[in-house]
Ligand binder design. Structure first.
Ligand SMILES: NC(=O)C1=CN([C@@H]2O[C@H](COP(=O)(O)OP(=O)(O)OC[C@H]3O[C@@H](n4cnc5c(N)ncnc54)[C@H](O)[C@@H]3O)[C@@H](O)[C@H]2O)C=CC1
Ligand code: BAL
Length: 496
């Protein structure tokens, strides 16, 4: 398994970056004992480099570092100092924004401009938001009887384990790091084995910012081994997970069979975008197009079902197809690229198969449907119309640039169709009626509802699912509850 830590990687434009490929434990880059994992450039199908992975002994070492640091150091660091360190990390990310974005784009295939201006920019804002919370987390006194003093303390959990997916390699990590650290926890993060590179750059910045050794530990490896060791570890107090519903269940099983660790699961989705006849259709077409095709359709909240009121179906489709035709598919490092390749051959094949399944079920292929180019896992933005809600393409998460469109007659019918799903992550409604907007927002079984917009995030607003899209909230003040536990202290006053 001997491989030097630092490897040089190259973009399609000839830019060279040096990256760490060893595990980051206790503020040091150390070789892993698991198998070397090749990470593939989805735009070229070629190997970028190999990274070390963590076996059980490495996971144990990372958890031990996090536990020791929590007990001996981190819990004694003042909240304002924690906030200062988190802000410092945000400053360093700002300085090295382009380099992190290059690694996000190279490893994941997303457009470099999107990685820089959305993923990394929003991640920096997320750190700054939670840095501000670090010294504002506190309990309260509760009056009970005259002879007692009662108060609550919002205490950290200890060692947090985190497992993240490949669709937002930097942002999904930061959504967990920021509240976990602000609330006073230490953390062991397992990156996706498919996109390990950006977080090793980030690890360098953790050390440079001056975090004590062991506060942040970053490892990679396969889910069924490395991820499972972390999920089963008795010294991990909580697992924060983003990924598939199938894996979410496994993480629950790991918790149940080990120490009943607290869980936060952000899982799959099949979010509906409802287009009402009274909507501004041009605006709806623009938002709905981004709502499904942003990040190549590889978002848990992707608006992958569009429900259109039947009177305006033809007009909406004309506008929606025109918007879709504007999307530039190509090399992630071209300035005007909107959509790069899908993440892997596995995902490419899965998505192409769904396009076939949809047509076999009776959907009409209104746009796209084919591979784009000859090299790389590129798929044309694809529109399937005349779908019924029981079609597999309307019920199953495709996680690609494929939208399934159906029509409805009444708002009640649209709400019923939107809610006829095992998922409940998000949804949207386009209407000019305030009353319809409120009715649909109230009735939709989803953790986020967008009105006359879609896929808008802010670090101050919570995000998380209903039903089989998981539980627990990321972002906003709500996220702090996920990383703290409440203790009540009851003091008997002497002589009373
Ligand atoms: N909600 C979301 O943001 C995401 C949803 N997905 C969905 O999942 C499908 C499959 O994609 P995958 O990459 O296979 O997702 P996945 O859920 O298997 O992988 C996500 C992460 O979980 C880890 N993992 C896998 N098994 C584990 C286990 N037993 N214990 C602990 N960690 C484990 C993986 O190593 C990775 O880091 C996609 O087609 C998509 O539908 C995938 C990625 C993100
Ligand atoms: N769109 C950000 C959340 C996610 O897809 O995982």
């Amino acid at each position: 398994m001997a491989q030097a830590d630092i490897q040089t990687v190259r973009t399609s434009k000839g830019q060279e970056i040096k990256v760490h490929t060893h595990l980051f434990i206790n503020n040091e880059f150390v070789p892993g004992n698991g198998p070397l994992i090749e990470t593939i450039n989805p735009a070229t199908e070629e190997v970028i480099c190999s990274v070390h992975s963590a076996d059980e002994s490495d996971v144990n070492a990372a958890v031990k570092a996090a536990k020791t640091c929590f007990q001996s150091t981190w819990r004694k660091v003042s909240p304002s100092e924690k906030g200062r360190l988190i802000n410092k990390l945000a400053d360093l990310m700002e300085r090295d924004k382009d380099e992190i974005a290059v690694l996000d784009a190279l490893d994941n295939g997303k457009a470099f401009t999107v990685a820089r201006d959305v993923d990394v920019t929003d991640s920096i804002a997320c750190f700054r938001y939670f840095a501000g919370w670090a010294d504002k987390i506190h309990g309260k006194t509760i009056d009970t009887t005259f002879d007692k003093l009662c108060y609550t303390r919002h205490e950290p959990l200890g060692v947090v384990g985190a497992v993240i997916p490949w669709n937002y390699p930097t942002m999904m990590a930061v959504w967990k790091f920021a509240p976990a650290l602000a609330a006073g926890n230490t953390i062991v993060m397992k990156t996706s084995e498919i996109t390990p590179l950006p977080l090793y750059k980030f690890a360098e910045l953790v050390k440079e910012a001056g975090f004590p050794a062991g506060v942040v530990n970053i490892i990679t490896g396969y889910g069924q081994t490395t991820g499972s060791y972390l999920g089963c570890h008795p010294d991990v107090s909580k697992m924060a997970f983003t990924g598939s519903t199938v894996t979410g269940r496994k993480i629950m099983e790991s918790s149940a069979s080990s120490n009943l660790k607290k869980l936060q699961l952000e899982l799959g989705g099949k979010s509906a975008q409802i287009v009402c006849a009274d909507a501004d259709l041009a605006s709806a077409a623009t938002w709905a197009c981004g709502g499904i095709f942003n990040n190549h359709g590889q978002s848990c909240n992707a608006g992958s079902r569009i429900l259109v009121q039947e009177d305006v179906f033809d007009k909406f489709m004309e506008l929606f197809i025109a918007e879709t035709k504007k999307l530039v598919v190509g090399d992630p490092f071209d300035e005007d690229t909107f959509q790069g390749p899908q993440i892997s051959k596995l995902q490419f094949d899965k998505i192409m198969n769904y396009i076939k399944i949809g047509q076999e079920e009776g959907a009409v292929l209104a746009h796209g449907g084919k591979r784009h180019g000859e090299k790389g896992y590129y798929i044309e933005p694809t529109i399937l119309t005349h779908c019924k809600n029981n079609f597999r393409v309307m019920q199953e998460e495709i996680f690609g640039p494929v939208v399934a469109i159906a029509t409805f007659k009444t708002i009640e019918e649209a709400i019923e169709m939107a809610n006829d799903s095992e998922y409940g992550l998000a949804g949207g409604v386009y209407t000019s009626s305030l009353d319809t907007a409120i009715t649909v927002s109230n009735e939709m079984q989803a953790g986020t509802v967008w009105v006359n917009c879609f896929d808008i995030f802010d670090q101050s607003t919570p995000f998380g699912g209903y039903k089989q899209s998981g539980f627990g909230k990321e972002l906003g003040k709500y996220a702090l509850q996920e990383y703290t536990q409440v203790k009540v202290v009851k003091i008997q006053r002497a002589g009373l």
